[in-house]
Design a protein around this ligand. Structure first.
Ligand code: BG6
Length: 481
């Protein structure tokens, strides 16, 4: 037996409602922003349409039909040994238009069923309140988070689900990968500032002013919700969620150190500095000034930020990149994120550089900065899987990826990091957020569903299913060689 993880460590998988539930217009659900995205590929961006066009394929409409397969799927998670399941609630299942007078009872009842099923298997739900989506009606009416109106609407939605599920859910995250809102691509998913926009997603541009103002609204909304939860439900644990894209300086040129420091601040620290510490970081003012950001901060906002700091820090970790100033730096990366090529690393088929040591480095760096419990709530390898004639899937590449990252976490724990859990992304194949593809598979469980919309939705276990099962069973002490 090697070194193990702390007792009570949370092992599981992470998903998002819009990428797996399907049933997009069932039981009173309203369309969500993602329902207006067609499928794309690594090289072809997803297209956004204002109206749903009958001749186009919108992969999120059906997802993997978790809506009707949740009991089977949760049983498979339990078989792997999960004691936590990260999922999100679809806002438009609860408030179909975002500003309805009453919540949709059928939507609320669906999540009751899901949480009850988790409980049956002793699986703790970890719920993201907004994972890359909002009711499309709020996009059209308010241009997403550009508008301050969203703060109260979000608070209302959160109060509704807190009240309803207070005895079923303890761990909550406010916004998925909130820091993607600092980038143009965040317009689509994170801040949803695409009112009236029709065309390739890569062409949906916003100004710095719009992005940082929208983030301010989200910070206030998140803080108010965290504060409310702490006051009314002391048993809740509230977390943030960041997309941690570690970057290293491309060379030892001091100019590259400064460029990377700036990159790390905007990409990785800006949002969590606010959500963990409760105030804007010292470097923000200069950044705003240099990017023509004139933040509108209402009375009371800064007090709200202070009062609503999170209890634990969570993040996704998929890759690392290089950042530098020299023109010969090559760029890799596909759909959503790109960065400088590191000659010491291999990449996935989608150009994401695989760097398990970077996860250890990230965990140590984050913990040095904040000193609160950390959780890795997304990590995984999107890959093309081959189904053998007998139905088996030998995904050794995914097993290698998993093991190397678990080993890195184990080292970080030995380094002294207070790491409390790990939820691998897409434990079951689901629709890719960035490309809308099914063939970019992350799952330990295969789903017979394809990019052209065909498939039986049949679930089957890949080799990685058993590898993860072994790791969990020994609490990370075995199965890593
Ligand atoms: C994260 C998101 O950025 O990465 C998920 O939180 C997403 O929603 C995951 O699915 C993997 O990205 P992709 O584009 O491969 O689905």
């Amino acid at each position: 037996m090697g070194r193990a993880f702390p007792d009570g460590f949370l092992w599981g998988g992470a998903t998002a409602a819009n990428q797996l539930e399907g049933a997009w217009d069932v039981d009173g659900r309203g369309p969500s922003v993602d329902d207006h995205f067609t499928g794309g590929t690594k090289d072809t961006p997803r297209t956004i349409t204002v109206d749903i066009k009958p001749d186009l394929l919108y992969p999120n409409h059906d997802g993997i039909d978790f809506y009707h397969h949740y009991a089977e799927d949760i049983a498979l998670f339990a078989e792997m040994g999960f004691n936590v399941f990260r999922m999100s609630i679809s806002w438009s299942r609860i408030y179909p238009n975002g500003d309805d007078a009453q919540p949709n009872e059928l939507g609320l009842a669906f999540y009751d069923r899901v949480f009850d099923e988790c409980k049956k298997h002793n699986i703790e739900p970890l719920v993201t309140l907004s994972h890359y989506e909002m009711p499309y009606a709020l996009v059209q009416k308010y241009n997403g988070w550009e508008s301050r109106e969203l703060i109260e609407l979000f608070e209302r939605y959160c109060r509704t689900v807190f009240e309803r599920y207070q005895d079923k859910v303890k761990y909550w995250l406010t916004f998925n990968e909130i820091n993607c809102g600092t980038m143009d691509m965040g317009n689509l998913f994170e801040t949803s500032m695409i009112r009236g926009f029709e065309g390739p997603g890569s062409e949906a541009h916003t100004t710095y002013q719009q992005r940082y103002q929208a983030l301010h609204h989200q910070f206030v909304a998140s803080a108010r919700v965290v504060k409310y939860a702490h006051e009314h439900y002391p048993q809740f644990r509230m977390g943030n969620m960041d997309c941690f894209i570690l970057s290293y300086p491309a060379t030892c040129d001091p100019a590259d150190q400064l460029a990377n420091q700036a990159k790390m601040r905007t990409m990785n620290w800006y949002c969590s500095d606010v959500q963990v510490r409760g105030y804007y970081p010292s470097y923000a003012k200069r950044f705003w000034a240099e990017h023509d950001v004139n933040l509108q901060i209402a009375d009371g906002d800064l007090d709200d930020l202070k009062a609503g700091t999170v209890d634990f820090y969570t993040f996704s970790y998929y890759m690392s990149n290089l950042e530098g100033t020299h023109p010969d730096l090559k760029v890799t990366g596909g759909n959503m994120i790109s960065g400088g090529v590191n000659p010491y690393l291999q990449s996935t088929d989608w150009g994401w550089q695989i760097d398990p040591d970077g996860l250890r480095f990230a965990l140590n760096t984050i913990y040095d900065r904040y000193q609160i419990p950390l959780m890795v709530v997304e990590n995984g390898m999107g890959a093309l899987d081959k189904v053998e004639p007998d139905g088996s899937i030998h995904d050794q590449y995914r097993i290698d990826y998993l093991k190397s990252h678990v080993r890195a976490m184990r080292e970080a724990v030995a380094d002294g990091v207070d790491l409390v859990g790990y939820t691998s992304w897409g434990p079951i194949d689901l629709v890719s957020a960035g490309t809308g593809e099914m063939r970019k598979r992350y799952g330990f469980i295969y789903v017979d569903k394809h990019d052209d919309g065909t498939g039986t939705y049949k679930r089957s276990r890949k080799d990685s299913f058993y590898a993860y099962q072994k790791i969990i069973k020994s609490n990370g002490a075995e199965g890593l060689d």
